[in-house]
Design a protein around this ligand. Structure first.
Ligand code: SF4
Length: 153
């Protein structure tokens, strides 16, 4: 089965500053469980690398994404949707903490609480962060969520 994953998590140098943040255990776990990991990076696809770091800010009832001085919320949502449309057979997404795009609990300035990152919000299948897969229990839980989602499709 196909699971999308933040590209930086599998070692690609697509973070805003040109770095990666690799979690080597994830490839072995995927292989052992018949999972094909497909790297995606909405921010790199939209803005290239390197780029300004993106921040989420509460503005009235809305949360805006800013890259430097530019407001890019709609473009980032659309890029996320485009990626998802290219992978209609994907059954899950593994992101990474503290990213406004790929984090489950992304910080939002002037909001006082976190929110799901933009790519998680765009996906209709189970999503998680790679940290949640460090434990056997976390890995099992994610696989169970995926199986349940597949069963209810
Ligand atoms: S947008 Fe996601 S995949 Fe791309 S660098 Fe940021 S956390 Fe990694």
């Amino acid at each position: 089965m196909k699971v999308l994953i933040s590209s930086c998590v599998v070692g690609n140098k697509v973070r805003w500053n040109g770095a990666s943040k690799e979690f080597p255990f994830i490839k072995e776990w995927a292989e052992d469980n018949g999972i094909k990991l497909v790297p995606v990076c909405p921010e790199n696809e939209l803005l290239g690398t390197p780029r300004p770091s993106i921040r989420l800010i509460q503005v009235g009832d809305e949360v805006h994404a800013h890259a430097g001085k530019n407001e890019i919320s709609e473009q980032l949502r659309q890029t996320s949707k485009n990626i998802l449309e290219r992978h209609p057979d994907a059954v899950g997404f593994i992101g990474i903490a503290n990213s406004p795009t790929c984090g489950v609990s992304a910080g939002v300035k002037k909001r006082g609480s976190t929110m799901k990152g933009i790519f998680h919000l765009a996906a209709d299948f189970p999503t998680c962060e790679v940290n949640q897969l460090k434990s056997e229990q976390g890995r099992q839980m994610f696989l169970q969520r995926v199986a349940k989602w597949q069963g209810g499709e």
